[in-house]
Structures are given as C-alpha cells and as structure tokens.
Design a protein around this ligand. Structure first.
Ligand code: ATP
Ligand code: MG
Length: 562
C-alpha cells in the first residue's frame, strides 16, 4: 500500500526536525530544545500516542533537551488515577524517561487563574451568562459571522467580581463561563470569543480534590502550561492547526516570559482498528473486548500483552515517519516491525496446536532420551535446550494425511517418512480411527540411525515437522488473534450503523488443548517465542490453571492476502 509518510524521508529526519535545526542555527530559545507529551488521563495510551511519544522524547534525546510528561487534566469528570498510572507505566515501558517529576496542568491552576484575571483587567475576557444553546446559536457558522453576546460589554470591575464569585462556587454549573474577547466575526471559529473557564461542581479531581469548582479549557491551559515549563516546540496533531491562532493569542496577551512554537503533524491511523479514545472506551465499557489490555486492542497495554516489544513499536514509529499528510497505515507494517525484532531475538520452541498422538512402536517403552536443540538456528549464543523424546509424541493433525494430496505435500502420509524436527525420522505405519472414522492415533516406527544425520542408505526425506513429547509436553491454551474489525476503515459505515457493526466476530479463536514443549514451563510472562512453523507467541499473565499463550503475530504477513 502506498504510504505518504514512509515515502517522505528516512527516519529521524522530518520537517519538524528541520524547523528545530533552523531555530538552533538562528539562536532561538538560546539553542535549547524542550518538548512535552501531554496525554489526557481519560483512557489508556494507544499506538497513535506512541507516535507522539516517540517524536517528542526522541527529539529531546537527540537534541540534548528534555521532554516533560504532562497530564492535561482539566476535565476531571472523565479522568482518573488508574489512567494516570497506566500512562506512566506505558511511557516507561516504551523506554522513555521524563526525569524526576511527572507534571500536571492542574499544577498551574493558580497561575492560570491569575492570567485569566490579567485578561479581564485588560478588557480581553468577560463573564458570559449565555447558556450552551445560546452560545452555539450566536457563534454563527463558517459562512455566517457570529453575533456578540449581550454580556460582552460588561465592565472590568463587574467581570472581576463575577469571576471571583464563580471561583468561590456562587454559581451553578453552566450558568456562567469566562470567555476571551476576540472577534465574533473571525473566519476562524476558534477565535469567536472561546470559552476559557467553566464551572463544575461536585467533581473530585484526582490531583486537586475539591479545591476548585472552576476548570480552565484546554485551549487556555495548554499554551500557558507549555510556556511555564519552558517548552520550545509544542508538537501536536493536525486537528489543532486551527487552534494555533488561539494558542498564540493567549500567549501574546498575558505577561509570560516565553512563547513556545506550536507545530502540527498528522495523526496515525491504523487500518482495521480504531485509535480514538472515545471509541476504545466504548469497546471496553460495552464489553466488545476484555478490557483496555485485551491483546486485540491497539493500546500499548494490549500490544504488550500480545507480545509486542518496545523496540518493535519504536521501530514502527520510525518507519511511518512524521509529516502533515493524512494517511492510514497498513497493519502489515506494524506486524513487520515485530516480526523483524522477534525473528532475531525470539528463542525457538515447539508447540502442537492441534495434537494427534503418535506411538513409535519400535521405541522402547518407558525410555526417555534427552535431545538437545538450539534456541536459535542462526545464533549459537542463545544456547540450547533439552527436548525429551520418548515412545509417544504429538504432531499436528495438519501434518498428516492418509493419502498424499499433491506433490508439494512434504509432511507425513501413510507409509511415508518425515523428520521430527531436532530428532529422528519416523515412518507412518498404521492409522487408528474411532468409530466415527476420525483419526485418533498414528502408529509409527523410527529410524534410530537418523538423529542429526541423513539416512545411511541415501534415501531422501524432505519434510520436517514439529512435535512435542506426549509424556512431557505441557497442556496449554493458545489464543489466536485476528483483526478487530472487518474493514480497513471501521469508521466508514452505512447509514444507521456505527463502527461497532464492523467488529470482526472471529477476532479471537481460543484453542484449548495444545501441547507445548516442557522447557516452556518457566517462561516469563510477555516474552515472545517462535513456535516453529506456527508463529510468535507469548505467555499471558493468567493467574491459575492451564497456561495461556497469545499469538503475537504469524510468521508471514497474514494481512496482505486476505
Ligand atoms: P483521542 O483522539 O484518541 O482521544 P487525544 O488527542 O484526545 O486522542 P490525548 O491524550 O490528548 O488524546 O493525546 C496526547 C497526545 O497524543 C496529543 O499530543 C495528541 O495529539 C497525541 N495523539 C493522540 N492520538 C494520536 C494519533 N492517533 N497519532 C499521533 N498522535 C496522537
Ligand atoms: Mg486531546
């Protein structure tokens, strides 16, 4: 799929870095670079946030600057401490360091209040009693200018008095707001006397408790927080482009010693999923998935549980690059990043997802051999593990056919031979079926002279299949994940439908009775392995009972041929 962002330029050079280079050259900000990542703690971080996190923290690293983690916490009804903690956890997990202190916009509520008073004193802000509906109507639209609020001409004294009383809790929610006095006829709707403060009684803010009943709006809070923190480049997504004049207006009209530069870049959209917190919240709250860290979710927590590594996510963000072009990224690109990482770094193991018992009739009963297998075919340094081998093993049902279906089929057939990976060559002698005619067991014989070598008589055995000792294998559940939505753009819906109608009902397939090799008994939660011929898998943090393994990704691109 063509992708404007990847074609733009190589990773780590982008238009934002070029602006920063020019600024440094011009001596702007004393040559300093400071950025911030400003999540609102109203949900878990998703892969789109990862793009912004990588951009901000990597710029700070590369330019020897600093990147703040600042919670944009001006909307306490939707925010909570669970999200505050999950976000910190995810940013850390991605490998970024914001230094000693987590910052909150709510740290600046006193300052913000002071700046609002300054604007009132300058005649640049007023208390407005219009209700939400009246405000909406008098705002006009893109073709019609708005009309002035009847409260716009209030005196400075009256505004100061009312604003103070608003802060003291004298007025009800929605009865009054503080607005900037800019221009009701501005072609930019954001400049038509935007609201700066609103009243919210009865909410307990996760940082400031019940200290305030007056909360500043994002557009007022953000530029001031940036300036107070000495941010030099305030990087945000394109939907804020139209807000930039307001960002600048706020800073131009208050007494504050800094004026950060807002620069916008395009959001990440990923095909076959959604990256809007509102929609992700809905998926969780309505039970379409099992929580924010459901391995099907495009959240950092979901990807982690699925087996993605920080390296793969950062690599993906490098690959997609930064530009102003709107785009939707192919899921295959994210899969490539994790595959490239795990191909090099994941140890190999064997697991039989769909077990068929094989009895090796010429193998002595009760005997067990400890075979040895490399953890990685190309990397000796990753060591070896022991593979117990005995008279009974499991192979995958798909690796046996009674009759060879075609020439390409190199696996096991009746009277045919195949090599058990890291082990011997076996021959299928007899098929045992149940009353219904279903194959329930194979009787095979092995060639004891073929461990690690070809048959002495020169006969060729091409197929190699994976297996697990039936006596030593661990029974496990394996969960196979598919795309969460059926269509590349789940938001594109027929009339009367919502994105939920595009949910893929088969996005999770659990296979309950698989067998994995015994060396996986002490696997670490979240660490991915390659199950040979099956894909990459990692252990889920299931509390008790049978271990659960999540498939991170298939071995080859599962998205391209659908
Ligand atoms: P959403 O639309 O999912 O609710 P948001 O912008 O409201 O996202 P915030 O918590 O405010 O979520 O986002 C924190 C930062 O992450 C912002 O700077 C925002 O621009 C950036 N960000 C959010 N979504 C994306 C995305 N899809 N791609 C790139 N950056 C994003
Ligand atoms: Mg936001």
């Amino acid at each position: 799929m063509s992708n404007p962002e990847t074609t733009e330029q190589s990773p780590r050079t982008n238009f934002i870095r070029r602006i920063i280079d020019q600024d440094i050259e011009a001596g702007k900000n004393g040559g300093k670079v400071a950025t911030r990542f400003p999540p609102e703690p109203n949900g878990y971080l998703h892969i789109g946030h990862a793009k912004s996190i990588c951009l901000n923290f990597e710029i700070a690293e590369d330019y020897h600057g600093h990147c703040n983690l600042r919670f944009d916490d001006t909307n306490p009804q939707k925010e909570n401490i669970e999200f505050v903690e999950a976000i910190q956890n995810d940013v850390k997990w991605l490998g970024f360091d914001w230094g000693d202190e987590v910052l909150y916009a709510s740290n600046y509520f006193d300052h913000l209040y002071g700046f609002a008073v300054e604007l009132i004193n300058k005649g640049l802000a007023y208390v407005c009693d219009q209700n939400a509906e009246e405000m909406r109507q008098s705002r006009g639209n893109l073709t019609t200018p708005g009309s002035d609020s009847p409260y716009r001409a209030r005196s400075v004294e009256e505004n100061l008095d009312l604003f103070e009383r608003m802060s003291k809790g004298e007025f009800e929610d929605g009865s009054k707001v503080l607005r900037a006095k800019i221009d009701m006829a501005s072609p930019n709707m954001n400049m038509r006397d935007p609201t700066l403060y609103r009243i919210r009684h009865g909410v307990i803010h996760h940082q400031t408790g019940s200290e305030w009943c007056l909360y500043p709006m994002y557009d007022f809070t953000h530029p001031i927080s940036d300036a107070l923190e000495g941010i030099t480049h305030s990087l945000c997504t394109l939907e804020f482009e139209d807000h930039r004049p307001l960002y600048d207006w706020v800073l131009d009209n208050i007494t504050i010693g800094a004026h950060p530069q807002q620069i916008e870049f395009s959001r990440l959209n990923l095909q076959y999923t959604v990256v809007s917190k509102r929609k992700l919240t809905q998926l969780v709250s309505e039970g379409h998935v099992h929580g924010w860290d459901d391995p099907r979710m495009p959240t950092i927590a979901g990807l982690r549980r699925r087996g993605f590594t920080p390296t793969s996510i950062r690599d993906f963000c490098d690959r997609i690059g930064i530009s102003k072009a709107d785009n939707s990224i192919d899921m295959g690109l994210l899969e490539d990043s994790i595959r490239d990482d795990l191909n090099i770094n994941a140890a190999r193991r064997m697991a039989v997802l769909n077990p068929l018992k094989v009895v090796i009739t010429n193998y002595p009963e009760g005997e067990v051999e400890e075979l040895s297998a490399p953890n990685h075919p190309q990397n000796e340094e990753m060591g070896r593990r022991v593979l117990p081998f005995g008279r009974e093993v499991y192979i995958d049902r798909d690796d046996f056919m009674e009759v060879k279906p075609n020439k390409k089929f190199k696996r096991l057939v009746t009277d045919g031979e195949v090599r058990l990976r890291n082990s011997y060559i076996i021959r299928a002698d007899e098929v045992i079926k149940d009353d219904a005619g279903e194959i329930i067991e194979l009787r095979c014989s092995y060639d004891p002279e073929t461990l690690g070598k070809n048959p002495a008589d020169g006969r060729k055995v091409k197929g190699v299949i994976h297996w697990v000792s039936a006596t030593h294998g661990i029974e496990a559940e394996v969960r196979l994940y598919d795309r969460l939505f059926n269509t590349p753009n789940p938001d594109k819906v027929e009339e009367g439908q919502t994105f939920l109608d595009n949910i893929n009902p088969d996005s999770l397939v659990a296979i309950e009775s698989c067998f994995i090799e015994p060396s996986l008994a002490d696997a670490e939660v979240g660490r991915a392995f390659q199950f040979e011929r099956e894909g990459y898998f990692c252990l889920d943090a299931t509390p008790e009972g049978k271990p659960v393994w999540n498939r991170t990704v298939t071995l080859r691109d599962s998205w391209s041929n659908q």
